[in-house]
Design a protein around this ligand. Structure first.
Ligand code: PEP
Ligand code: MG
Length: 758
């Protein structure tokens, strides 16, 4: 044993004896503080524990006035001790009274002490208290002293969380402190439930060990396993080049090979800790030293290291790597720093109510999957993971992007009401499921869903939709690590057709580029990606890509109907080129004796204004058209749909846009070409009411909108609305929204699906 390790080992042995002694809890705390004072040659050692109201109570002290014990209470954030508890960071100073947070408590008699070292007592993401040492002499405490106090803090944390203290001194563990986080919405919906940490945190029970060699060996084996597991995750095909998630894994790998980290762990074991306790102490140490590094970059690195430590601890105690394999509560809210899309799909979807992520934004792949699963989801909730624990109550508001951890009862009540109300409404909509969408004046409307992943398919039946009006094939490409092979594509399309049965499915060919990025595909940086090399422009330039996809679609639909839809067609020539390519693929299959679809329809999306002036040429060549209002609005008004500063600026119910739609619908009707609309506006009751007034009889939307839209249709007289709209378009300008709102109100049309709580 090196001399530097002698003191910690003595401390460890003493603390072990104290812990093993089943004396009264207060006696044990008293013994701990006096041992520390003795070994650290400090005049004072004090222990403050956090009460459920957030205040800190002096629980034991060697050196301070004994009368002050249990009588000194510091309000939340008060004094140096309050600061340490709030920030969960250590303070090491040679003149406590010069510190701006110093607060003088005459009852303690501490004014004669100058040097001060305070350490937070941390457990499971919470501060349970603070342990301090003080000296009269002005000094800065050494590394060894800091480590000794860290170990003490860890042992006291164990004593508290084991519940042993509660008996003698009352409830201490602070499980009531609520937290509020503001992130970004990634999946609308509200959920109340219980936190399940995607990567479970380990609670250590064996802290001290005499067999150093054994613990060192365990550590090295654990580190090896950790490194191998990270390499395995990185090389897993589905994660290759998978954006944010992969970057985090790369950072883990870097740290896992960091010798400094491993050396610190070895030193901690040498001081008498078990391998897992060594990991926890090094983690606490790093967390406690974060104070000088407040900037975001270091906070991120700290998170990486923290995650890595948790992984290592799980390996050392043999607990499962992710919570997917554990039994989940019925109202699981999954919390993770980051997660791959495929990992989310590993969870039992019947139990999943919500998802909160620290690192992923709305456009990440895992967000796409969360939306497909229809769960409430929030991203960019910075700092959350370290402040929650499995089992904590949590509210996820996917509408506002807010997250409430350990919410107060009033908050739970308010949100429970919201959720109950939504559920009641959903039930009402559910009851409409098998009712045909026929207006009051007998006009049948076809309602279809937009989909793009296999997890979407059950929604088609659950919502009572007539089919899939838009199948975004690019989503499979976006959540994969590399281009899906032709066989994988074929399997997916076949599964979609199986699920749809007799219902029609409009498969849209690959629409990537713009805001839809394939991480594994090299794309030149573009100044205006939305106007750039995307959708059919790209697939015509890379015909191999389109041919593979078309072949997979033709094969998957052997003996059945196939409907193909081309995105972003801007010129007649593009349609012709694509049709040629499709025909070549049909001929190829025929030549090889492979059965093709029973019936093939080809249509285009109306998304680029230029195509509207070519409809006379286009319509005779297509079997249907589908208006992509998301892009059409973006291009018509030159307003980036992903930029919130302009995305909402131009009204979809403006005279301009409605006239454009009217023009398209009239032309399509005159050529007897079916026309539908599959942009987001179809899911808004007021907008979709207007669409029906303009003559559309088929619309496609997110599955959750089917019920509200059907309920609107059941209260609508389409012919009456058409007349009204015709008149409005002939006489008004600007936005027709106020007129349409008034019309809906005067005619009792149900355009506000969540308005009536009954
Ligand atoms: C649209 O542009 O309206 C559309 C449905 O396509 P996407 O949202 O996938 O671009
Ligand atoms: Mg589009």
């Amino acid at each position: 044993m090196s001399p530097a390790n002698a003191a910690p080992r003595i401390l460890m042995r003493r603390l072990r004896e104290i812990m093993a002694n089943a004396g009264a809890p207060q006696k044990r705390l008293d013994a701990i503080v006096s041992q520390i004072a003795l070994i650290m040659v400090a005049e004072v050692c004090s222990l403050y524990l956090r009460r459920p109201d957030g205040s800190l109570e002096l629980f034991a002290s060697e050196g301070l006035n004994p009368e002050a014990v249990h009588n000194t209470h510091l309000a939340r954030g008060e004094g140096l001790v309050g600061l340490i508890a709030e920030q969960a960071e250590l303070v090491n100073i040679h003149e406590a009274q010069d510190h701006p947070s110093f607060s003088y408590r005459p009852e303690t008699g501490e004014e004669i002490y100058h040097s001060f070292l305070g350490m937070p007592i941390l457990r499971g993401g919470r501060t349970l208290g603070v342990v301090t040492v003080q000296n009269k002499a002005r000094k800065v405490y050494s590394e060894e002293e800091i480590e000794a106090l860290e170990t003490t803090a860890m042992l006291v944390a164990e004593l508290i969380t084991s519940g042993e203290l509660d008996e003698g001194v009352g409830a201490i563990a602070d499980r009531t402190q609520g937290r509020h986080f503001k992130g970004t919405s990634i999946g609308a919906g509200i959920a109340l439930g219980a936190v399940v940490l995607h990567e479970p945190r380990v609670m250590i029970h064996d802290f001290l060990s005499d067999d150093q060699a054994f613990e060192q060996e365990r550590l090295l084996q654990g580190v090896d396993t950790l490194r191998l597991s990270i390499d395995a995750m990185l090389s897993k095909a589905e994660l290759q080049r998978a954006g944010e998630h992969r970057e985090v894994l790369e950072a883990y790998r870097l740290f896992a090979h960091d010798q400094g980290w491993v050396t610190k762990l070895k030193q901690a074991i040498a001081s008498g800790l078990t391998a897992e306790a060594a990991v926890e102490r090094v983690q606490n140490d790093m967390r406690a030293r974060m104070l000088p590094n407040k900037d975001a970059f270091w906070a991120e690195r700290m998170n990486d290291l923290e995650d890595l430590g948790n992984r290592l601890m799980r390996i050392l105690v043999g607990s499962s790597a992710t919570a997917a394999e554990t039994s989940l509560p019925d109202d699981t809210i999954l919390v993770a720093r980051t997660m791959g899309a495929a990992e989310l799909l590993d969870y039992d979807q019947k139990k999943l109510r919500g998802l909160v992520l620290e690192d992923s934004g709305a456009s990440s792949h895992v967000a796409i999957v969360a939306r497909a699963l229809g769960i409430a989801a929030v991203g960019e909730a910075k700092g959350l993971v370290n402040r929650v624990d499995t089992g904590d109550d949590i509210i996820v508001d996917g509408v506002t992007g807010e997250v409430f951890v350990r919410p107060r009862p009033e908050m739970i009540d308010a949100y429970s009401d919201k959720v109950r109300f939504q559920a009641a409404k959903q039930k009402q909509f559910q009851e409409l499921r098998d009712k045909p969408a026929i207006s009051l004046d007998g006009v049948p409307i076809s309602l279809k869903i937009n989909a793009g992943l296999l997890v979407d398919l059950p929604h088609m039946v659950q919502s009572g939709a007539d089919g899939i009006g838009l199948y975004r094939t690019e989503l499979q490409f976006m959540i994969s690590a590399k281009f899906p092979r032709i066989t994988e594509q074929e399997e997916t399309y076949s599964a979609v057709l199986d699920a749809a049965g007799e219902r029609p499915v409009m498969f849209r060919t690959l629409d990537v580029g713009g805001d839809k990025i394939l991480p594994y595909m090299r794309m030149a940086g573009e100044q205006n990606p939305a106007l750039g090399w995307r959708a059919v422009r790209m697939t015509l330039d890379r015909p191999g890509l389109l041919r593979t996809q078309v072949r997979a679609l033709l094969k998957a639909s052997a003996g059945r109907d196939l409907r193909l839809m081309l995105p972003m067609v801007t010129e007649l020539s593009e349609l012709k080129q694509a049709k040629d390519l499709i025909q070549k693929e049909r001929d190829f299959l025929k030549k090889h004796g492979r059965p093709g679809p029973k019936h093939l329809e080809i249509g285009i999306m109306i998304e680029v204004p230029a195509i509207i002036w070519q409809l006379e040429d286009i319509l005779p060549l297509v079997d249907f058209i589908s208006i992509g209002s998301n892009d059409l609005l973006q291009f018509l008004f030159a307003a980036d749909r992903t930029n919130p500063l302009v995305a909402q600026r131009y009204d979809s119910l403006s005279y301009v846009f409605l006239s454009v739609l009217q023009n398209i619908i009239t032309k399509a009707n005159s050529y007897k070409v079916p026309v539908t609309l599959c942009g987001e506006i179809a899911g808004n009751p007021l907008e979709s009411m207007a669409l029906l007034g303009l003559g559309l009889r088929s619309i496609s939307m997110s599955p959750a909108a089917i019920g509200p839209i059907k309920s609107m249709i059941l209260s609508l007289n389409v012919a009456h609305l058409s007349q009204f709209l015709e008149h409005q378009l002939a006489t008004s300008s600007g936005s027709l929204r106020p007129e349409l709102e008034r019309y809906a109100a005067e005619n009792n049309i149900n355009v506000d699906p969540y308005s009536d709580p009954s």
